[in-house]
Ligand binder design. Structure first.
Ligand code: SF4
Ligand code: FES
Length: 228
């Protein structure tokens, strides 16, 4: 056990905890986007950055271990500005309309979706190639959660991974094969951890497109439902 100071509060924690764990276990919230309790933290989105006394750069709380006598600020002006900019960059480059948690953060941090009007946007056709879920990578913020649950964090299936480079990086299948031609077993775990609606149950997607429950039932079974 050791002690550190977070936002002026002295807290005592067990060895090996991250700053995020130390803060949350003591009632101090730090926002996260890519972090998920079921996946290995990778420090990709940087929404969880905090300021540590004596450390020049802001540090991602989800992967940096808490240290003895550390002095951490989770809501300094610099931290708030960094988080606001991260949100504004996301909003400028992708479709956040199905990401309620991120939209709530935008409100909280006063982030403007218009801040970077000339930014290139992530565009993608909806991939509808299997009976279980659709993939709309224009809504993907590359949190990597889906890839992780498809691999060692849960399913060990390895159907999806990063594809492309730089701004063109996106989640994809091997050689961009349709899902039924991959190792995917349609377990749905990727859909369950996606924070943005980039992966969505097919039924939900069809209902949103105005397809009726009756028509979906016919699509799934080939039969009309009997009227009771
Ligand atoms: S598809 Fe969803 S879970 Fe996968 S990387 Fe994109 S936002 Fe994250
Ligand atoms: S939540 Fe820590 S980097 Fe994304």
């Amino acid at each position: 056990m050791f002690t550190l100071i977070v936002d002026g509060k002295e807290i005592t924690i067990e060895d090996g905890k991250t700053i995020l764990e130390a803060a949350r276990e003591n009632g101090i919230d730090i926002p996260t986007i890519c972090w998920h309790a079921a996946t290995t933290a990778n420090g990709l989105c940087r929404m969880c950055v905090v300021e540590i006394e004596g450390v020049r750069l802001l540090q991602p709380a989800c992967i940096v271990k808490a240290g003895k006598d550390m002095k951490v600020q989770t809501r300094s002006e610099r931290v708030i500005r960094a988080r606001r900019t991260i949100l504004e960059l996301l909003a400028s480059t992708m479709d956040l309309s199905d990401a309620p948690e991120v939209l709530a953060m935008m409100d909280e941090y006063g982030a403007s979706a218009e801040r970077f009007p000339d930014a290139a946007r992530r565009e993608s056709e909806v991939k509808d190639d299997n009976p279980m879920y659709i993939r709309d990578y224009s809504k993907c913020l590359l949190c990597w959660r889906c890839v992780q649950v498809c691999a060692e964090d849960a399913q060990y299936t390895y159907a999806i991974n990063f594809d492309g480079r730089g701004f063109k990086t996106q989640i994809g299948t091997f050689f961009d094969k349709p899902i039924p031609e991959t190792t995917c077993v349609l377990c749905g775990q990727c859909v369950g951890v996606c924070p943005t609606g980039a992966l969505k149950p097919k039924r939900q997607y069809l209902l949103e497109q105005g397809v009726s429950a009756e028509e979906i039932s016919v699509m799934n079974t080939g039969r009309k439902r009997r009227k009771s």
